[in-house]
Design a protein around this ligand. Structure first.
Ligand SMILES: Nc1ncnc2c1ncn2[C@@H]1O[C@H](COP(=O)(O)OP(=O)(O)OP(=O)(O)O)[C@@H](O)[C@H]1O
Ligand SMILES: Nc1ncnc2c1ncn2[C@@H]1O[C@H](COP(=O)(O)OP(=O)(O)OP(=O)(O)O)[C@@H](O)[C@H]1O
Ligand SMILES: [Mg+2]
Ligand SMILES: [Mg+2]
Lengths: 164, 165, 164, 165
């Protein structure tokens, strides 16, 4: 059991370090097992965005924390990938360039995972392959509006576009 | 495998039969505050077997049934169907397309189906057990998880690793 | 002490109900003292956005909860208003029309309060009277960039604008 | 009264003397993730007398002093000055403009000033006591407060009312 945990930890750690650099466009991060029995020890996180000196995660900004957490959640996800993944507004704290790198990451993983991203962010919408609109009538019942195929797909197919 | 469809009927803010069709790649789900986007995510959790009402933002499971709004009367039951393409044969079944259905009546009675044949909740959970889907997987990532994974204590974080192991 | 608390509660309650309607463009909300001694009882919140039937706040959406909380925080704020108020990314969960109503509210209060709003939201930026840009050099030290006067002010003054 | 200026020197990510000038109305503070916007808000909390390091996102107050970055060496002290226009005579002083300064040295030594005259921290707190400013007021509203005010228990919410009373 100990070996299995340490193997898992090693892989997740490697994923985390790689994903952190891709999402931050640089910098470095690491995980450490706290002191004591590896079968019980907690896991500490250290993260240093590009150009900065500090590695305590409490001093990171709201957006930097969100991006670090996304890197860790994806690292865990890759250990046991599911065929589809719903992301609910995880891009809310991110600025434009971080949203772009987040979208790059999703694109890289679409060969093995289908992503369904709930978002209010215009850039995330632009980078999606398709858009599903949901609306609510005055009387409190939800319905779907037409699915839009992303602009770049339409340039290829010259398909119909729904005006909104 | 990929998710090809999701149908909601009487589930939360979807009183009428509503079908979403999905395709591989990245799909954005958009709309104003309160229009029903997270309710769609809740529907996926629920049909995959989520039993904790709190995860679905309520204290009682009965609250997932459409409660009525404006002129529309409350629904008698909530029903969600999830359809996956079993393209890689990941699911332990000979079908190339698998539809799972969960229904909850106001009486409290529940029904479960795989490809329209009645089964038990645990059959659904067994079906998806090794696919990385199911209540504790990372197939649903929401903003609150993003905040708590860093602010939680090192020991709690460890539990997440153990679940993935 | 009991009278003073009940007076405060009454005023905050009134503010909350009024602010809720302004932020949601309709609907209704209320506060209730839990059972028991008014000097000890907790405070319950009920909120019903326009057109909806439910009043339990747990079933509200992320954005609806944020807007309800903003209404309550402002209601408490009005009880003891400060000359200036910093708002740090409170608009992050809001959609475009709610951001607009939030900006309307701030505008209504500028006669008695100065607002400093940290935001990533383009609409909030458009509605501000002035913009203060902050940037960070590669080597981890922050600096300010020029203050921009909002577009509508410039149409009046024909002042200089900084391109970004 | 309104806030007319804020100066940071050696505070968090601001190693060089940086002055912000404010005017009445609505001012938006913008920039990429991690550029220093919330640090500016932290500076306001700190100069008004915040003593809880946790509120400033750290376990030690010393961490508000610029820790060095790239070629820049760590600062020896952090200093913040807040300037308000006492237009309505709300502040119990004859000055029309009031500048308060707080400085913390790495040695742990602190200094406080009102209009460049040395004073104690409690003099600053007394000055702003009836103006609705100070560590427990609603003069700073952040997203985490928005989330916790609804999810907290009814008893905790009550405490907020009592503080406002
Ligand atoms: N059983 C139910 N019957 C009717 N309406 C319901 C039911 N459960 C939830 N709702 C409604 O669904 C709405 C919440 O929807 P949801 O959480 O999906 O919004 P959202 O699109 O995610 O919004 P946001 O962008 O703010 O997160 C609430 O307004 C609530 O009134
Ligand atoms: N004492 C210090 N010395 C040097 N840098 C520091 C210090 N304290 C904090 N920082 C840096 O300040 C940055 C955080 O800044 P801040 O929280 O103001 O960002 P922000 O502009 O609010 O970003 P976001 O939009 O993501 O919320 C961190 O990257 C951290 O490294
Ligand atoms: Mg939502
Ligand atoms: Mg911030």
């Amino acid at each position: 059991a100990r070996k299995r945990f340490l193997d898992t930890f090693g892989r997740v750690h490697g994923n985390f370090q790689d994903l952190f650099v891709r999402l931050f466009g640089g910098g470095e991060a690491r995980l450490e097992l706290a002191d004591g029995d590896p079968l019980e020890a907690g896991i500490k996180i250290f993260a240093t965005p590009r150009g900065k000196n500090l590695s305590a995660i409490d001093l990171l900004s709201g957006g930097e924390k969100a991006l670090t957490a996304i890197a860790l959640l994806f690292a865990l996800y890759l250990e046991r990938p599911s065929p589809f993944c719903f992301l609910d507004e995880v891009d809310a704290p991110l600025d434009d360039s971080n949203v772009g790198r987040f979208a790059d990451l999703l694109e890289d993983f679409t060969d093995r995972t289908q992503f369904l991203v709930v978002t209010h962010n215009k850039l995330t919408m632009e980078r999606a392959d398709r858009l599903y609109g949901v609306t609510m009538e005055e009387e409190g019942s939800s319905r779907l509006v037409a699915v839009e195929i992303a602009a770049r797909e339409m340039e290829k197919d010259d398909g119909p576009v729904t005006d909104d | 495998m990929y998710l090809s469809g999701l149908e909601l009927y009487g589930f939360k803010s979807f009183p009428t039969r509503t079908k979403l069709t999905f395709s591989p790649g990245v799909m954005a789900i958009v709309g104003p505050n309160g229009c029903g986007k997270t309710n769609i995510v809740d529907a996926v959790r629920w049909v995959l077997g989520e039993q904790r009402a709190g995860i679905l933002r309520s204290d009682k499971m009965e609250n997932v049934i459409f409660a009525g709004a404006g002129a529309k009367k409350p629904s008698k039951f909530a029903e969600v169907t999830l359809i996956v393409e079993n393209t890689l044969g990941l699911l332990p079944t000979e079908y190339s397309e698998v539809a799972i259905t969960r229904r909850l009546h106001r009486s409290g009675e529940s029904e479960y189906m795989i490809n329209r044949r009645t089964c038990r909740l645990r059959d659904i959970r067994t079906l998806f057990a090794d696919t990385g889907l199911g209540p504790d997987s990372y197939s649903i990532i929401e903003l609150a998880m993003v905040e708590s994974i860093l602010s939680g204590r090192p020991e709690e974080r460890r539990r997440l690793f153990e679940e993935a192991a």
